[in-house]
Structures are given as C-alpha cells and as structure tokens.
Design a protein around this ligand. Structure first.
Ligand code: CMP
Length: 138
C-alpha cells in the first residue's frame, strides 16, 4: 500500500464539488487517512509550490491557492500516486480524458480542481507539510 497527497483546490470548494470529489475518492477504492478543511496562508502557498517559483505562473498560482478554503487529504491505495494522477487527468482540463476529475470539475489550467503528488517521496513530504503522524489513521 502507498500514500499520496491531494488538495481539493479553491475553485472546486467554491463550486461545491468537494462532496462529489470525496465520493469519487471513496468509490475508486482509496482509503482516506487524513482530511482537513483549511485556508492556506500566503507563506504556506509559496512554500508548498516553491518548486515552481521560477515559473511565470507562480505568483498567480499562489494568489489563486489562497483565494478560498481548500481540502487537503492523505490517501492510501496500491500505487496511490499514479492511481490518483490517472483519476484526475491532465493539468489542463481541456486536455484531460473523459470522466477524469479535472475534465468534470476544473475551470482552467490554473484553477484545475485538484492537486496530486508526482512521486512517493513528494507525497511523503507533502503529507508531512499538513499532517502530523498522529493526525493520520494507522
Ligand atoms: P498542481 O498539480 O497543483 O501543480 C502545480 C500547479 O501549477 C498545477 O497543478 C496548476 O494548477 C498550475 N499550473 C501548471 N502549469 C500552469 C500554467 N501553464 N499556467 C497556470 N497554472 C499552471
């Protein structure tokens, strides 16, 4: 069993899609180990996305990610990272496959409904950014 870290982003929370996305998480067979609703601070968004700080979209992305509440979750499944990435689809919803979460619920490449870790190592780091071990179901 592996873990991944996900965010239901401000656009999806604002558009009242979080329940539908959580339903999909459960129906696709992920186990939810931890789940929080929170509003990212400017410094949290900048630190979380620091890997993108040289990219032209960095400032707008941080502004968007602090524009409203988000849900963060740690999920468990076999091959959790890839399984979640397959389920959410391409970064740009216009390029996302039919029935993926981004195809169904994202607004744009920036406001793309959900985040998912891109590797097991990053999943561990991203989970630790938001959850203490004792916050997670064992
Ligand atoms: P995410 O999976 O959270 O990781 C980085 C985020 O940057 C990505 O989803 C998008 O929200 C955003 N992003 C990536 N590429 C672009 C782009 N070209 N323009 C705007 N936002 C982008």
């Amino acid at each position: 069993m592996n873990r991944t870290f996900i965010i239901i982003k401000p656009d999806a929370v604002r558009n009242k899609y979080s329940g539908k996305i959580i339903d999909r998480i459960e129906s696709e067979g992920f186990r939810i180990l931890g789940l929080r609703l929170l509003q990212l601070s400017d410094s949290q968004a900048k630190e979380f996305y620091a890997v993108h700080k040289e990219r032209p979209f960095y400032n707008d992305l941080c502004k968007f990610m602090t524009s409203g509440p988000v849900m963060v979750a740690a999920l468990q499944a076999d091959n959790a990272v890839q399984k979640w990435r397959d389920l959410i689809g391409a970064t740009d919803p216009a390029e996302a496959a039919a029935n993926t979460i981004r195809k169904l619920y994202a607004e744009s490449k920036e406001a793309n409904a959900v985040h998912g870790s891109d590797s097991d190592d990053n999943a561990q780091q991203e989970i630790a950014f938001f959850f203490k071990d004792s916050d997670l179901i064992g």
